[in-house]
Ligand binder design. Structure first.
Ligand SMILES: [Zn+2]
Length: 1001
């Protein structure tokens, strides 16, 4: 599943510039308060009408038994009432083996439906699901026939059902039917319970038939609807989103990932619509008595309920075929298809299927793969097997107006979802606690797969560091973080596991492991893992076993499970401190290495902190060369290791290319040597390590492990830096500081220092010359590194106040207004728009506002909207906030971004913070259930708070509103406390250094 950004660490620009990288649209819009009321009324009315319907038709749940002809299932004669109940798999259900009625009483007393998990006595093998979809009144009706295998004798059939109306049970007369004692919903656990008169017997097959009716939802869960406009006509489509626990909203089923089964789906609908599902249409009845179409889809392989998908729409498509004969189609609005906006995604999908088949050495499992571009979706995308669904912004590319950032982000979403066809669809995590097993892999492969498509982008070795590693270490260094494997019991916990820790830490740990193993063995282990668990489920230990086996096959005996448990079951990560052994004479051969749990909060650290098995790579170097590299396993708090010969001028560098998930600190003398090296000849140290040193130094300083001056002195080498990545790492760190400092009296000391580092490289690289009128496909071939560096420097220069940069932006905007032709290069439009709005008068704001309304390209619309938040005029900002929330001028999913971006603007900060608190009830009602949405909002409006007064306002707010926000509020509190602490402990030292930077040497 592709999450949109929810990270509180994603912001980069203290001046309110948008950041398409850290992005953006977190969408899971909820109905507004007003809508909810209406909606509830509808449900009520609808429920009544269902009842009427059922009384009239008297069709409902029928339970019948099909005695298996195959006697083998029953071979040992264990068919009596004293069967194998309670022997395995359903501890909750075992009772004493007393006489039959007594036992029954015990079993009933046990009430397995009160447990949040299904009892495990029954296993679904196959679902025949038939649905009739009424797009005219947004309802559907259906019946499902589930073939069940009995594992342990039981009188209870417990399965999931939520919202879909379940009818009265009627025993259908006839051979083999079992009598139903009673049946009832158990809404607390979203379950439906059927109690039988007699027990179902182990190793036999049964068939359960249920009919149901439900609404096609107006919110983005289960089977839901959305709309778009085509030639001024409103069109509707209906599509499913079942992950993680919403299949039960569309039909009664065993809705836990472990209950894999095959599915045969039949959809009946008005012929003006097309229907799609995981599998191709096997047969189609073109017109029945109503003139409707009935599509029978081929039987799926074994899969989890949350990957089942279907859609009813009137989209058109383009298609292509892979060499191995898989048909790939991209379905979208007819106008998007005809404009070619889907071509790019279709093209890369074809290449990616080939890439993954080669990498995993496992064929893609289905005969086809459809990509469906929908106008509204709760996530960036969802990897349903054979029918992956994407929100339009993450799959349609308008090459004319799209920036390379937009293209890269879209590419990565596609790479992510295609990876899931193996990690997720084919092999599924046993339970949600290990959701990172699929999300971490898909996120890691975003970088590997994008490197395959665009080798020059160098994603895995470079961009991964800033966008994944640095990003998540910021979060995971908080004491409010949590282990990557999280215990999940209640349904409400499940949404919570889809967070940055699962995605980004998962990816970072997998990358670390891949580097320890080496790519051939890593690939071998993955292949074995996929083959062993295909069409089934796996837990993390299954992966560790296969990877350990691969290592052993090459004579390398590492217990990967033991090592990785430290990283997955413990929160946080270590800080490794390396120093030359002082007790020895110079030259020495020994280093001392210590590890402790890295935490930003100085008062929460303690000596008995966690420990890890750390694969530490160390390089030794001097002015002109790197002399040696070695791998050291650090298992204890303090260790001494012998490495190469070192003298006074030898520097040590840990975590080569930042493949490890930890930070490294050194003694001050070594920091000095490294900084000298960077100033004199930065190329000796790899690009990845240059970025890593910057990120480590700033975060160590922020947490008080290192004097403030070290990080500032380190970036003094930036005028020598020609690569994008270290600049990117630096700008991330500087925007973090900017948030802390931009309301302090001495702010100009800081901004002047930043501008001094930026100036020469900025002037040298200049502004892009190609306008949007040039060939749009440039974006595909352009050297992305150069473009991104240019963009980064322009953003730094403009946001920290470079006069020339400001003038250039104003010239561009004036030209646009006077000529009504937008000649601003797409890659820097967000920077130019924002700078223009903040510097120029209200007319520019009105002009951008007008353009926002008239623009149709989704990416352009978004940056125009964000530019509006850059104004210095609080009246305009206030107007924008109010319009966003109360009118439908701003798309529902963008409202949160408007509030956050107003908060990024120092002039809007108080306004956004106050607005957020005033409107909390409305916002929480609208976005509350979508935890990651809420947490993005909470993180976004609070991260700038850094005074004692603001801290107490936050505490007050938490007390008065507190509930329902998951981990976001405690995290926000910890971050703001950290901000306040930094001011108290370190600000003086920071500014002192800036007033008098000591000479290097
Ligand atoms: Zn995913």
């Amino acid at each position: 599943m592709g999450l949109n950004d929810s990270s509180p660490g994603a912001m980069r620009n203290g001046r309110g510039l948008s950041d398409q990288w850290a992005e953006s649209v977190v969408v899971r819009p909820r109905t507004t308060e007003r809508h909810i009321t209406v909606h509830k009324r509808l449900v009520l009315g609808f429920a009544l009408s269902i009842l009427t319907l059922i009384i009239v038709t008297a069709v409902a749940v029928v339970l019948s038994v099909r005695f298996e002809e195959c006697g083998g299932r029953d071979r040992d004669g264990m068919t009596g009432e004293l069967g194998s109940r309670g022997s395995s798999g359903s501890g909750k259900m075992n009772g004493s083996r007393g006489e039959r009625m007594g036992e029954r009483g015990d079993e009933e007393a046990a009430q397995p439906w009160r447990n949040s998990r299904l009892p495990g006595s029954l296993r679904p093998r196959h679902y025949d699901l038939r649905l009739a979809v009424y797009m005219d009144n947004f309802t559907f009706s259906g019946d499902v026939s589930i073939e069940l295998e009995c594992v342990n004798a039981t009188r209870f059939i417990v399965l999931h059902s939520d919202r879909s109306g379940s009818g009265r049970l009627v025993n259908r007369p006839g051979g083999g039917a079992m009598r139903i004692h009673r049946h009832f919903p158990f809404p607390a656990n979203q379950m439906y319970v059927v109690v039988l008169h007699r027990e179902l017997k182990p190793m036999r097959l049964y068939r359960l038939n249920i009919t149901f009716d439900a609404a096609i939802e107006d919110e983005l869960l289960g089977f839901f609807r959305s709309s778009y406009t085509l030639q001024r006509e409103k069109r509707y489509l209906a599509v499913t989103q079942f992950s993680p626990i919403h299949a039960r909203k569309a039909f009664p089923c065993f809705d836990e990932p472990i209950y894999k089964a095959t599915f045969s789906l039949t959809l009946r609908h008005d012929p003006q619509y097309t229907s799609l599902s995981n599998m191709p249409v096997e047969s189609s009845t073109l017109a029945d008595e109503d003139g409707w179409v009935t599509n029978h889809f081929a039987r799926t392989p074994r899969m989890s309920t949350y990957y089942l998908a279907w859609a009813v729409c009137n989209f058109t498509y383009k298609e292509t075929q892979t060499d191995s004969g898989v048909t790939i189609r991209l379905y979208a609005r007819p106008d998007a298809i005809s404009s070619g906006a889907g071509d790019y995604a279709l093209h890369i999908t074809k290449r990616l299927l080939g890439f993954y088949q080669d990498y995993f050495k496992v064929q893609y499992s289905l005969p086809k793969l459809d990509l469906l571009a929908v106008p509204k979706h709760p996530y960036a995308a969802m990897e349903n097997w054979g029918l992956s669904v994407f929100v339009e912004q993450k799959i349609l590319l308008d090459a004319e107006v799209s920036s390379s950032s937009y293209q890269m982000e879209l590419t990565m979403v596609v790479v992510h979802e295609i990876c899931h066809q193996w990690f997720g669809d084919l092999v599924t995590p046993v339970w949600w606690e290990d959701v990172w097993l699929k999300e971490g892999f898909a996120h890691f492969f975003e970088y590997v797969g994008t490197d395959f498509l665009f080798p020059k982008w160098n994603m895995e070795k470079q961009r991964f560091l800033t966008d994944v590693l640095h990003e998540v270490m910021l979060l995971d260094g908080l004491s409010s973080s949590h282990p990557i494997s999280q215990e999940v019991q209640q349904a409400t916990d499940i949404d919570r596991v889809f967070d940055w820790i699962a995605y980004k830490k998962g990816a970072a740990l997998i990358r670390m492991l891949a580097n320890v193993m080496g790519q051939p063995l890593f690939q071998k282990g993955l292949n074995d893992y996929l083959l062993s668990h295909m069409y089934s489920n796996a837990a993390r230990d299954d992966l560790w076993n296969k990877l350990s086996q691969a290592m052993r096959s090459e004579g390398r005996d590492i217990n990967i499970g033991e090592m990785m448990d430290r990283w997955t079951l413990q929160m946080g990560y270590p800080i490794i401190t390396i120093s030359k052994n002082q007790s020895e004479q110079v030259p020495t051969h020994y280093i001392t290495v210590t590890q402790e749990h890295f935490l930003y909060g100085e008062e929460v650290r303690n000596n008995n902190s966690l420990q890890w098995q750390v694969p530490l790579t160390v390089a030794l170097g001097n002015a002109s060369t790197v002399c040696s590299e070695s791998l050291i396993w650090v298992n204890n708090k303090t260790e001494t290791h012998r490495i190469g010969e070192m003298d006074d001028n030898t520097w040590l560098l840990g975590n080569i290319n930042q493949t490890g998930y930890f930070r490294v600190n050194y003694d001050l003398q070594n920091w000095k040597l490294l900084i000298q090296q960077l100033h004199n000849n930065p190329q000796i140290i790899s690009v990845g390590n240059r970025a890593g040193l910057i990120d480590d130094a700033f975060n160590l300083a922020r947490a008080g492990y290192l004097p403030q001056g070290v990080s500032l002195q380190l970036i003094g080498y930036l005028p020598e830096e020609t690569s994008f990545l270290p600049w990117h790492a630096a700008s991330r760190a500087l925007y973090q500081l900017d948030k802390l400092l931009d309301r302090t009296d001495e702010y100009s000391l800081f901004s002047d220092y930043v501008l001094k580092q930026v100036a020469s490289r900025y002037h040298q690289i200049g502004w892009p010359t190609n306008g949007p009128s040039n060939e749009g496909s440039n974006v595909l071939q352009a050297s992305y590194q150069t473009e991104e560096l240019q963009r980064e420097l322009i953003m730094l220069a403009c946001s920290f106040g470079n006069k020339q940069c400001h003038r250039q932006a104003v010239v561009y905007i004036s030209d646009w207004i006077s000529s009504n032709k937008n000649r601003i290069p797409p890659n820097i439009r967000d920077i130019v728009y924002c700078t223009g709005v903040s510097l120029m008068d209200e007319d520019v704001w009105e002009f951008i506002w007008m353009k926002f309304h008239s623009s149709t390209a989704v990416s352009e619309k978004k940056i125009l909207l964000e530019a509006l938040t850059c104004s210095d005029n609080t009246f305009l900002l206030n107007r924008l906030l109010n319009l966003s929330l109360t009118s439908d001028l701003v798309p529902e999913q963008d409202v949160i971004d408007v509030i956050i971006h107003v908060g990024r603007n120092p002039q809007g900060r108080n306004l956004a913070w106050k607005y957020f608190r005033d409107k909390w009830d409305v916002l929480n009602a609208r976005y509350g259930e979508a935890l990651f949405m809420n947490s993005k909002l909470i993180g976004g409006v609070t991260e700038f708070l850094n005074t004692e007064k603001e801290l107490s306002e936050l505490k007050e707010f938490i007390q008065s509103s507190g509930v329902g926000a998951g981990p976001a509020l405690p995290r926000a509190l910890e971050i703001v406390e950290g901000n306040v602490r930094w001011h108290r402990l370190h600000r003086r030292q920071f500014y002192q250094w800036l007033r008098k930077p000591p000479a290097l040497g």
